[in-house]
Ligand binder design. Sequence first.
Ligand code: ADP
Ligand code: MG
Length: 492
Amino acid sequence: MNDINTTSEVRHTIEGQNGEWEIIIGLEIHAQVTSESKLFSGSSASFGGAPMSHVSLVDAAMPGMLPVINKHCVRQAVKTGLGLNAKINSYSVFDRKNYFYPDLPQGYQISQFKYPIIGEGEVKVSLKDGEDIIVRIERLHLEQDAGKSFHDIDPENSYIDLNRSGVALMEIVTMPDLRSAEEAKSFVTKLRTILRYLETCDGNMEEGSLRADINVSVRRPGDNLGTRCEIKNVNSIRFIGMAIEYEARRQVNEIENGREIIQETRLFDVSTGETRSMRSKEEAHDYRYFPDPDLLPLNLEDDFIKEIINELPELPDHKKERLVRTYGLNSYDADILVSDKNYAEYFESVANGRDPKISVNWITGELFSALNKLNLDIHDSPVSSEQLGELIDLISDGTLSGRLAKDVFEIMLETKKNPKVIVEEKNLSQITDESSIEKIVDKIMESNIDKVAEAREKPKLIGWFVGQVMKESQGKANPATVNNLVKKKIGI
Ligand code: ADP
Ligand code: MG
């Protein structure tokens, strides 16, 4: 593990007008807990629904209503903490974070401040260049989501939908350990993969189930931390990268031109790719946190935590290790396969009793490009893992050449038929029998006698003969056998 970073090591810099700058990034990720019901009420937590249709008296903050903690959400937070190799705090406290907002009828958000349910953890992230970094997690706490205001439906009025009010969120805070847009994107991708393996958050960024507040500062390599700005609520991995790149450039430019960075909250504008000021720290809220008197501190029993440990699935890092060890895969292929547990599952089904390298090549090559074109998940693949396995068997036993196999694969995509059926129906199997191939070679040579003589002087013409024979056999002749026979007959 000595290729792992230390936080003081300079990993990445950008060029300013006069020298190099390091970018420092810390993320606060809001991940919606996968749960049927809300954090403190029984109303549905599902996405969408007619406005105000998932709202109980608790969510609407009617006077006298009392919150009741949802055990499933607590379980999900603990599970996530375990997946982030983090400390599970058996004692945690829910606080009121007080602020006024039209879509927050309580006048406060129930969150966790001093005593979060999950403490320090760490996530290993593989970068594109093959290097691994460790990103430290500062904490994870549970909190409520707010409602949603609509200012663009009516020219005179704003509308409020409280369906999201009270939905459980996990806020996951990293230490300032990220050093480039690329690293931040890889981290969020890895985090999303872990959450999906755990089934604690669906990771759907378009629906807002996962969104990031991005803290960015710049410094001269090795200096102390500089003043940071926070970019709020970015909801796509690509935008996270764009926001960081723009913001780091802006800060370098400010400092190099003798101006100071003011700590502030900024917004990322998708249409321009720029960040702009939203509010400065001076205007920042004083939330006057205090423990919510309606809720007791949360005490987790050892047995409850043990039960969750026993339910944990195999997580991406372990799966990768096992795939490398069991199938002899390289790190690059293994990373692709574990990035989605359904990929890994599909692979293991194909590779069962077959060559792992051929299996992974077919999956990440032909299959992924087809799914991409068809815009389908591997779950909905028209070619099942059993069918792809059968196709690979037909290559291994010599029935199909690589070329023919690709043709058969195309037909499989269209018809969902088994490869053996397609080979029979279309009479596609490879001709390996030497005497049959010889007949075709002879035929081509007889009708091109002049070229045969020429080929003895110009061996390049062998390729032409091989091509003609392949064409005559409709691509079915075994290319190696054709090549040998042509050479032998020409006398080279
Ligand atoms: P606050 O108390 O204002 O929420 P925190 O210290 O908890 O601030 O940090 C919030 C986030 O900002 C964390 O993700 C942290 O890693 C990140 N962060 C803190 N200082 C810096 C900095 N100088 N540059 C970049 N990110 C930072
Ligand atoms: Mg903080």
